[in-house]
Design a protein around this ligand. Structure first.
Ligand SMILES: O=C(O)c1ccc(O)c(O)c1
Ligand SMILES: [Mg+2]
Length: 914
């Protein structure tokens, strides 16, 4: 019989009902009930017993009973009374064991004889009712804090209903030698609790109550601990007791599954340890109890087979270009799906243009990975026993049967066998006719690197370790430019399959300029320098590493000058451990998530170059910002800089607008900070510090900049002075321009006020750009021109809004005559050819019903061609119906895509007029 598997209710989040359902669904056989879970439950103890039975769960133990022993007679009497109440509960629960923790009470005395005597009395009372006492030494017990001490007292008490509870945390946190457990007769071990923990240097109570982990996720040698426990002959349950702040608030159904996986993996590891260490005779009973209940062994893995990237029409070609430049060849096309096979050596990438899952537009992401299993069916059965969802396969009749399971983050993990027979999955790809070459020197996939949210990190680690039978390495921590990154690698024993997982454990708030959840595939080469040389020749987008890195490398490692020069020349990073060295370089980001790495392992280097990771992260960030800023400039002739004007998606708050702009590829936003109409949402950036802060954080994180702020609308009863805070807030956001309107019939006054506004804005580095809606008292280009000439201010400008320009009947010929320095950006849109007859109609179109350039009747190109070259196009295209249907963010994306289509392409042929 293998040991039964149990979980303490304290491991899980929720009400008792949530916890029991989760434990049962994860196929635990029994539970430890915590008193707080019972006290907070509306179920009577009897009902709890029924609810457990209904779910197939036994109750092994009720706990904790505290501060009982070694006290004065009066306290002892009170404690016995307390104990009888606990026994009542045990009887109703149908549980037989009460856990008694060693005392931490100030009432207790340091007297083992007294402790033994009083525990003897307790055990007698328990025994009379058919119950047992399991005595546990808390690591912080006042007098008894080691299992050896607890055992001396239990032995001295000498009562059959008194035994030990052995908790791995209390034993291993103190550094006690667990081998001593072997002297305890198995019949005197009443209960065993298992918890792992990270190595932390802190108060042991804190450590125990907040940081315990499921087995395998910390640094304790639990396989050895379990081996010692079972060597005593103990055949009771192995029970998880893990106090952990994350599990306590996570969905209990997933936490329970994680717990079960961790226990099964622990049993497996402990049994392997017992096999290799125990003598043949001693080991067999132990091994029998360690046999993980029905868990098929993990079949050997022979390597990475492919990594599949979900791509779209934007990210697909970008990724394909990068692969080509790394020396890959598009060798196959899937028979029934839009999936491309790219190969070099044994390294393979699939580009899936029709991913099953939704993906972030414009960026590739890993949707599947495949490993070579010597027995895919066995691998799948193992995954099932470990409660991993086995994915259904939709396949055509002539296609290979591929088994896959879903990792916690949804990545499909394929277990394949690439036989030479007709069964191979490769048969599903029709040759393109192109033959793979070794142009880039890549031989294989070295590893796949994935990132999870912190709360999913342990789950992922457990999944890959347990399901694939990989070994988890040490947890590593990187002080990265944008915060702490925690990592853990999982590898098969031969280092053929390597998966590295990362998380940002402290990630909070909005300041997140790092790549969100980056992923990369690292390809192996036998010669990193030769590969880099070849790839550069092929035009690969290799990430440039700064000189300071090489100066530091030289100082630290004293590498041969020639090697150092080559590393620097090709932006190759270099790491060393006691086994060997690691030469690695990276591509730039391909979209906003995925990049590739090329790595050479010298001798038996076992790591992943973590020490260099901060440099890489900073370089990626820098590169992304350069891409954002340079792309339009370097292609000035065909493209324009775009800004997202707030009115296009006024339902988005400023931080949301910035994110929408970044996602869609705008360089700028224009922010509306004043309420122009009573109905519209108001974003009071000038007076709301929290909104200002999050907006600035999103700007910094995305690299989007503020082009302009609006609206200084100065009607007869408005005083320009009241706009000072507005102007200052605009400057704080980094805006360059302020939009103003002058609905004032008194020309002298409005010119004065316009001049005054310009004077206020000037020291803040802002221009004031006069817009002329056709229904206001500054209704056309002529009147605006008069105001500018009258005010005669160096930072004055005119904002041409194509709608107002067209509706006001202003003249393109006039426009051409005006000074170029008056124009700083343009509000671009189109509108229906039919001009509304009333002001209400005009206003309605302006606020709700504009069209994308080319969709309407405005002479968009004619007006734009009359303006100076190179002005940013601020898309101000409200379309109320469309926004209601697709949301502001998607509308913003459609706006830039339609505008680029209509404007960038035509710009090249627009001639060279000034
Ligand atoms: O932290 C505690 O008090 C506590 C209680 C019961 C246990 O079994 C334990 O290991 C710790
Ligand atoms: Mg315990």
């Amino acid at each position: 019989m293998s040991s039964s598997l149990a979980i303490a209710t304290v491991c899980l989040s929720g009400t008792l009902e949530d916890k029991l359902s989760a434990a049962a669904a994860a196929r635990f056989q029994s539970i430890e009930l915590f008193d707080s879970d019972l006290i907070g439950s509306s179920w009577s103890p009897r009902r709890v017993r029924q609810e457990c039975a209904r779910r197939g769960l036994a109750i092994d133990l009720y706990q904790p009973f505290r501060d009982f022993e070694a006290v004065a007679p009066d306290v002892f009497a009170a404690n016995l009374r307390r104990a009888e109440r606990a026994f009542d509960i045990l009887e109703e629960l149908g549980a037989s064991t009460l856990l008694v923790c060693s005392t931490v009470s100030a009432d207790a005395v340091d007297d083992d004889d007294l402790a033994a005597e009083q525990l003897h009395v307790l055990a007698s009372r328990a025994g009379e009712r058919g119950l047992r006492i399991a005595y546990e030494a808390l690591a912080w017990g006042r007098f008894v804090n080691t299992y050896a001490h607890a055992w001396r007292i239990v032995r001295r008490a000498g009562h059959p209903a008194l035994g030990l509870c052995l908790d791995s945390f209390h034993v291993l946190s103190r550094g006690d030698d667990p081998a001593g457990i072997r002297v305890v007769p198995g019949a005197k071990v009443f209960h065993v609790q298992l918890a792992d923990a990270p190595r932390l240097s802190m108060d042991v109570v804190e450590w125990s109550r907040h940081h315990r982990l499921f087995p395998g996720l910390g640094s304790f040698d639990l396989p050895a601990f379990v081996g010692h426990v079972l060597a005593t002959g103990y055949d009771g349950p192995l029970s998880l007791e893990v106090f952990n702040d994350v599990y306590r608030q996570a969905d209990p159904r997933y936490a329970a599954i994680d717990g079960m996986r961790s226990l099964l993996a622990l049993q497996e590891e402990a049994s392997a340890t017992a096999r290799s260490t125990a003598g043949a005779a001693a080991g067999s009973a132990v091994r029998e109890r360690l046999r993980p209940s029905g868990l098929p062994p993990a079949p050997a893995l022979a390597g990475h087979v492919f990594t599949e990237l979900a791509v779209d029409a934007v990210s697909g070609p970008v990724t394909a270009r990068a692969l080509t430049a790394l020396g890959f060849t598009h060798t196959g096309q899937h028979r029934s799906k839009p999936v491309q096979l790219w190969e070099q050596g044994r390294a393979r990438i699939l580009l899936n243009f029709a991913p099953q899952r939704t993906v972030v537009p414009g960026t590739a992401s890993v949707c599947a990975l495949a490993v070579e299993s010597e027995d895919p069916v066995g691998s799948t059965r193992r995954a099932e026993r470990l409660l991993a969802p086995v994915l259904p396969r939709l396949r055509q009749p002539e296609e290979a049967e591929l088994a896959s399971v879903a990792a916690p983050d949804g990545t499909a993990v394929f277990l394949v066998r690439t036989g030479a027979d007709g069964e191979s999955w490769l048969q599903d790809f029709l040759p393109t006719g192109a033959t793979a070459t070794a142009r880039g020197g890549i031989t294989d996939t070295d590893h796949v690197s994935l990132t999870d949210a912190v709360d999913d990190f342990d789950e992922s680690t457990l999944f890959y370790r347990a399901v694939l039978g990989l070994r988890a390495g040490q947890t590593t921590e990187i002080a990265a430019p944008f915060g702490l990154i925690r990592g853990r690698a999982a590898t098969d024993p031969d280092g053929r399959v390597r998966i590295t997982l990362h998380t940002a454990p402290l990630r909070r708030g909005d300041w997140a300029p790092a790549i969100p959840n980056p992923q990369h595939v690292a390809f192996r080469t036998g010669d990193a320098i030769a590969s880099a040389k070849a790839m550069r020749a092929l035009g690969a987008p290799i990430l440039k590493i700064p000189d300071n890195y090489y100066a530091d490398l030289d100082a630290r490692l004293d590498l041969p000058a020639e090697l150092l020069a080559a590393l620097r020349e090709y932006s190759i990073m270099y790491d060393r451990d006691e086994h060997g060295a690691y030469l690695h370089f990276y591509t730039e980001m391909l979209g906003s998530r995925v990049f590739f790495a090329v790595a050479q392992r010298v001798d038996a280097y076992a790591g992943y170059g973590d020490a260099s990771a901060p440099v890489r992260m900073a370089a990626h960030r820098e590169r992304r910002l350069i891409t954002l800023r340079d792309a339009p400039v370097s292609r000035r002739d065909e493209r324009h800089e775009y800004s997202l004007a707030h009115l296009t998606a006024l339902s988005l708050s400023p931080p949301e607008l910035v994110d929408a702009a970044a996602a869609a590829g705008y360089r700028y936003v224009g922010l509306r900070m004043t309420r122009v109409t009573p109905q519209e949402p108001h974003y009071p950036l000038a007076t709301d510090p929290a909104l200002m802060r999050t907006t600035k954080v999103r700007l910094a994180a995305t690299g989007v900049e503020v082009l302009d702020v609006e609206l200084a609308r100065i009607s007869p009863d408005e005083d320009p002075k009241d706009f000072l805070r507005f102007l200052e807030a605009g400057a704080e956001l980094g805006a360059r321009h302020v939009i103003t309107q002058l609905p004032d019939p008194d020309r002298v006054r409005k010119v004065d006020r316009f001049a005054q506004l310009c004077e206020m804005a000037r020291p803040l580095g802002l221009t004031v750009d006069l817009e002329f809606p056709s229904w206001t008292e500054t209704p056309d280009l002529r009147e605006a021109t008069r105001v500018l000439r009258g005010a005669d201010q160096p930072n004055a400008g005119i904002l041409i809004d194509l709608l107002h320009f067209a509706r006001s009947g202003s003249s393109i010929a006039d426009l051409r005559q005006l000074p170029a320095q008056w124009f700083h950006f343009i509000h671009v849109c189109d509108a229906p050819p039919r001009v509304p007859a009333t002001n209400e109609g005009l206003i309605h179109t302006a606020r709700f019903e504009r069209l994308f350039p080319g969709e309407g009747g405005i002479d968009v190109h004619g007006i734009l061609d009359a303006l100076p070259r190179g002005l940013p196009y601020a898309l101000e295209i409200p379309k109320a119906t469309q926004v209601a249907q697709v949301g502001g963010k998607e509308h913003a994306r459609m706006a830039i895509s339609a505008s680029r289509e209509h404007l960038d392409r035509a710009a090249g042929s627009a001639g060279s007029e000034p």
